[in-house]
Design a protein around this ligand. Structure first.
Ligand code: PMP
Length: 379
């Protein structure tokens, strides 16, 4: 039996989506694929509450989506401001550096995010053409205060990129209302689809910025090459990941049927339930309360528990979680709870945590933990 995948992405892929993935490979320019493609693109707009945005979906991972976002809005003389609350903000700065773009970074301590006041100060002190923020950092579990950022950025003549790889579809992102210019994400997290697809959604202002650039240092990643295909998926630019797109369309159907308000609500509930369970077992949270993201938990061990031994035992119990990154390595494990995870699976995971602690010789009350988690679902 494969373990239940509770790493912070990829998320578990439910059988209905796997069946769509396993359907025959059809032509990348067929009417059949175009229909699935359109459904997926329409849902992406619903997902981020935009009517005016242009969604792009192509083979690649979240890192490609980051590169696409940046290269298509940053001119070679532009200055970029990156707000980094951890691992993936730093990656955006590294991408800027790789392309020789001038970039300043404001870093928060891990477990927190940069405040909107710091953003205002930076914007008042220097001209930036692009600001990039990570909505949820998957290394630290911290969500950035993007509504406050929206206020700080309102009325400024710049392009605002949001990395939503660990957020889009699980946390509210109101692209039109909040004035976000590019949202980038990937299939394998809150959508619960298999890895392999990158997503970028561009606002009209971001499209105008792209058109104002004579060229971009990219070929595959140039959104103007993809635009005709997104408007008519029967046209050819580059061969689509046909099966992944069919699977993603199925994931989009599941989410559309639930509706975004329900998805966002359920995401909150899953997080509160699993946290009630593991806190009752004596685990702690690494991320500061005010920044806690609902899509993953960065979990501190109780005294005396060894990281590698714990994760190996928990895996034997049927649950895969990830280790800590950077400064948290060995001190925490990271658990994703995104996508189509069910309350039953969350309760099972909490039970598994209790049993794993017991197997490692720590006396813990598994039933009390499961009850604490269940109480959240029962409201
Ligand atoms: N940004 C964030 C916030 C992420 O969590 C990740 C992946 N965990 C990425 C970017 C990069 O995505 P990928 O691994 O799909 O390239």
């Amino acid at each position: 039996m494969d373990p239940l995948l509770l790493i912070p992405g990829p998320s578990p892929v439910v059988p209905r989506i796997l069946q769509a993935l396993g359907r025959p490979t059809i032509s990348h320019t067929s009417a059949g694929l175009a229909a699935d493609f359109r459904e997926a693109l329409d849902f992406l707009k619903t997902c981020v509450f935009t009517t005016a945005g242009e969604p792009f979906l192509f083979a690649g991972s979240g890192t490609l989506a980051m590169e696409v976002a940046l290269l298509n809005v940053a001119g070679k003389n532009d200055r970029i401001l990156v707000l980094s609350q951890g691992y993936f903000g730093d990656r955006m700065a590294a991408i800027a550096e790789a392309f020789g773009l001038a970039c300043d970074v404001i870093r928060s301590p891990w477990g927190r995010a940069v405040g909107a006041a710091e953003l205002r100060t930076a914007l008042d002190s220097r001209r930036y053409e692009v600001v990039s923020v990570t909505h949820v950092d998957t290394g630290t579990g911290a969500a950035a205060p993007i509504r406050a950022y929206a206020d700080a950025l309102a009325g400024r003549d710049l392009i605002w990129i949001v990395d939503g790889v660990c957020a889009t579809g699980g946390l509210e992102e109101r692209m039109d209302d909040w004035g976000i210019d590019v949202i980038l994400t990937a299939a394998q997290k809150c959508f619960g689809a298999p890895p392999g697809l990158a997503v970028d959604i561009f606002s009209p202002r971001a499209m105008t910025k792209r058109r104002s650039l004579a060229s971009v240092p990219a070929y595959y990643s140039d959104i103007l090459r993809w635009l005709p295909i997104m408007h008519d998926p029967r046209k050819y630019f580059s061969t689509h990941a046909v099966n992944e797109i069919r699977a993603f369309a199925e994931a989009a159907r599941i989410m559309a049927a639930d509706g975004m308000p329900e998805r966002l609500h359920r995401q909150e509930l899953l997080a509160r339930a699993v946290r009630a369970g593991f806190l009752s077992l004596g685990f702690g949270l690494f991320t500061e309360e005010e920044f806690l993201a609902p899509t993953l938990s960065v979990v501190r061990y109780p005294e005396g528990i060894d990281d590698a031994a714990f994760r190996a035992k928990y895996l034997e119990a049927g649950y895969a979680v990830a280790g800590g990154l950077g400064e948290t390595a060995g001190r925490v494990f990271r658990m994703g709870h995104m996508g189509n995870l069910t309350p039953e699976e969350v309760l099972g995971a909490v039970r598994g945590l209790g049993e794993t602690l017991n197997a490692l010789g720590l006396k813990s009350d598994t039933e009390a933990a499961v009850s604490a988690a269940n109480a959240v679902f029962k409201g």
